[in-house]
Design a binder for this molecule. Structure first.
Ligand code: IMP
Length: 429
């Protein structure tokens, strides 16, 4: 059996948490490789609902869980999350959780900057989660980030804080944010350092050993391809690479370790925050999708924008991320719709496009071309076998498969772990 990499293939919130949880049952190691506490994965096990933001979903099942170097980590948020899930009965020890020593930290000054910029951006705002993710990645690439390995070294820490403040003080001044001192930051880090210290390790060594011992690794992506900083709807994206290729760089393994790439796709489309969304519905149907699908963000509680399935976008995600198979989630939300629509192309002026162009203005201007598909009377809710699906639902799934150019490996039909239809086992490729 090989490894599996799970990524979102739309704009996030596709239901990755449930799929990852289901797969984690059969993996030995679960690894996060990008993003930070902007992510929100909900997992329901029995009567307990866990909400993970930074912790890899593997902790719900006591699997070795790694927060890789590609993740930006807010250590206070991490400790609060650990305390919360411990309160729900999970055991989080250094035997279960590894923090990459090279992962960059998200500090309060990153959150300040995120909020101040968004507040001033007016119509140009991105609609970030406000967690300081963008500014933290900027400092990482700008070579002034504080990393976990620095916490045990006061001299390095003092040097790095000076360097960081040389960049941030002028920015803060320009944005009317109060000055902060190096001592303040040092104090805050001194307090949290002993709490995170037991978990810090060279994560790449842990993963190297796991691979040599033929352990099954599950790479857990956050956000989604259309939010990728290169391949997404830039600038309305997150600040990391979310494509499957990032699993290798963000964990410290070779590219072939990513294994089978599983793209998670909702049976319709949603998006939170600003940015283009060609198949968005501003009518009752959009409202209905939102209500039936309980489309509110797990991190910020924001209402998600809803629309029809966009096969053009997903086909593009499949290509740029090398998706081998897809999980179609929330099919049951479409139960009872008389007709359904799938976006199969875009109109841009006189042109017909079969992909989403890169330019910001073009992305905002494309008009979806729809294909209408008959809905179904029966229910798919909680179906666990292909045979339980109404014929029209099977037709819808098959048509999507044809349009996106990737096989559908699994279909999910409720938030519960067991309500999954498996057509193909991702671990067996
Ligand atoms: P940031 O990642 O907080 O900088 O936000 C940038 C964009 O990504 C915004 O549109 C957010 O709504 C979106 N985003 C970030 N994380 C998630 C997620 O986990 N699910 C869905 N959208 C997200």
């Amino acid at each position: 059996m090989g490894n599996v990499t799970v990524i979102g293939a739309q704009w996030g919130d596709e239901g990755k948490g449930k799929v990852i949880d289901w797969l984690a049952d059969r993996a030995d190691v679960v690894v996060r490789f990008q993003g930070g506490n902007n992510a929100g994965h909900t997992i329901v096990v029995g009567n307990t609902e866990y909400r993970f933001s930074l912790l890899p979903s593997g902790v719900a099942q006591g699997k070795l869980s790694v927060i890789g170097n590609g993740v930006v980590v807010d250590p206070w948020s991490l400790m609060a999350e650990i305390a919360r899930v411990r309160g729900q009965g999970l055991t989080i020890t250094p035997e279960v959780l590894v923090l990459a020593d090279t992962a960059a930290l998200v500090l309060p000054l990153h959150r300040d900057l995120d909020a101040a910029r968004e507040a001033r951006a007016g119509a140009g705002k991105i609609g970030t989660t406000g967690r300081g993710i963008g500014p933290a990645y900027e400092d990482k690439v700008g070579r002034r980030a504080i990393r976990f390995c620095d916490l045990a070294d006061e001299t390095a820490l003092e040097f790095k804080i000076e360097r960081l403040l040389a960049h941030h003080q002028p920015l803060r001044h320009g944005l009317d944010l109060p000055e902060i001192t190096a001592d303040e930051i040092l104090e805050q880090l001194r307090e949290v350092a002993p709490q995170v210290a037991p978990f810090i390790q060279p994560a790449w060594r842990v993963l190297d050993a796991a691979q040599k011992a033929n352990r099954q690794i599950l790479f857990e992506g956050a956000q989604a391809v259309m939010l990728d900083v290169d391949h997404g709807t830039y600038p309305y994206v997150t600040s990391s690479n979310t494509v499957a290729g990032q699993a290798a760089a963000g964990a410290g393994v070779g590219p072939s370790a990513a294994g089978y790439v599983l793209g998670i796709v909702k049976a319709y489309t949603t998006r939170v925050g600003e940015g283009p969304f060609p198949s968005e519905l501003h009518d009752e149907t959009g409202e209905k999708l939102g209500q039936r699908g309980a489309e509110f963000g797990t991190v910020t509680g924001r209402k998600r924008r809803c629309g029809w399935f966009d096969a053009v976008l997903v086909r593009q995600s499949v290509a740029v991320s090398g998706v081998n198979g897809v999980v179609l989630t929330k099919l049951d939300v479409l139960d009872g719709f008389e007709t359904l629509k799938i976006c199969v192309g875009y109109r841009l002026g006189d042109e017909v496009l079969d992909y989403l162009p890169a330019g910001m203005r073009e992305q905002a201007a494309v008009i979806p071309i729809y294909e209408e598909i008959e809905g179904w009377n029966g229910i798919t809710h909680k179906a666990r076998s292909w045979r339980d699906l109404p014929a029209a639902a099977v037709k819808y799934v098959r048509r999507i498969e044809e349009l996106i150019g990737a096989q559908i490996a699994l279909v999910t039909t409720s938030p519960e772990r067991e309500d999954i239809i498996m057509m193909r086992d991702p671990f067996r490729g």
